[in-house]
Design a protein around this ligand. Structure first.
Ligand SMILES: [Zn+2]
Length: 314
């Protein structure tokens, strides 16, 4: 059969998306009789045919195949989106705690920073930016691909194709959520999270970043309680002083990039497994379960980032 059902995701899974390792990890079963399936790849002269099959033949199996084949795209879409809605609820119920895992061992004086005038202004700006959907906008797919690159390239948790595509879906759902009118609290959290990441990664950026693109300058502008100096800088940015505008955009883009990559690094499958087992989503999950992809990040921005194309401006 061409589609199976993942007990873990509560979704239908096409055979060509699943790898051998996904079968147990995602608990892929026959949508009809719920027996475990195996993945079969059969080379043809031109391609490889991929399908699922029951383990051993037993009476009534042909019946299964027929009934599975009759599941329409409409049935699948309905089930998948209902399940995704429920899964998203699970992730959002602990979104802030799950993301905060990244800073479990952070000893920077963040609580001092976050109260600063410049930081509060910038957090407000980023929060409204998230709401506007500008940071993802039309180029969402491209940005998600780009955000997944380091995960895909390093296979940090030796994830399979299906895990990666699920991560992508979740990140998409969460970024959608962040634009919702009622998501103010998560938006504010995410904006601060982005700034906190910039601050804690300052040393890294200092060592590895292109000196031309160094964010030290703009971070210093923001980590301040000097209202007057901050407002003067902001006026320069708003008046489109190319140099200052570039600094501002750079900070915004990197912050949003870090945020997106952290969302993609959330231990979503572990969380889902916990939930399905009747445990709290974050039970037993530690900072180590988060995919830390920033250590290897390529600091260059995408060739034509959506943010620049859409003319981000305070
Ligand atoms: Zn069956």
């Amino acid at each position: 059969m061409k589609i199976g059902y993942s007990l873990l995701l509560g979704e239908y899974v096409p055979a060509d998306q699943a790898r051998y390792g996904d079968m147990t990890g995602f608990q892929i079963v026959c949508p009809c009789c719920k027996d475990p399936l195996i993945k079969v790849e059969r080379p043809t002269p031109k391609d490889v045919t991929e399908f699922f099959s029951h383990y051993a033949s037993k009476p009534g199996m042909a019946d299964c195949e027929m009934r599975v084949a009759s599941i329409t795209q409409e049935d699948r879409t309905r089930t998948d989106s209902a399940s995704r809605g429920q899964n998203l609820k699970v992730f959002l119920s602990v979104y802030r705690d799950a993301m905060s895992l990244e800073f479990a061992n952070d000893d920077s004086p963040w609580n001092e920073y976050r109260e600063m005038y410049g930081v509060r202004w910038f957090a407000d700006f980023l929060a409204s930016y998230l709401k506007s959907d500008e940071w993802i906008g039309e180029k969402r797919e491209e940005l998600l691909d780009w955000g997944l690159e380091p995960i895909d390239a390093h296979r940090i948790a030796s994830e399979t194709g299906l895990a990666i595509s699920y991560r992508r879906k979740v990140a998409k759902d969460i970024t959608d959520h962040l634009t919702a009118p009622y998501a103010e609290k998560n938006r504010r959290f995410s904006a601060e999270f982005a700034i906190r990441t910039l601050v804690s990664f300052r040393w890294f950026l200092r060592r590895h970043g292109d000196p031309e693109e160094n964010i030290d300058f703009s971070l210093a502008k923001i980590l301040t309680d000097d209202r007057e100096a901050f407002d003067i800088w902001l006026d320069e940015v708003k008046s489109e002083d190319p140099e200052q505008e570039r600094h501002f955009l750079r900070l915004t883009h990197l912050g949003m990039t870090f945020l997106l990559r952290s969302i993609m690094g959330m231990p979503v499958l572990d969380m889902l497994r916990n939930h399905r087992a009747g445990k709290r989503p974050l039970e037993g999950i530690t900072a180590l379960d988060h995919l830390h992809v920033r250590g290897d990040i390529d600091l260059s921005l995408p060739h034509d980032p959506a943010w620049v194309a859409q003319g981000t401006r305070p």
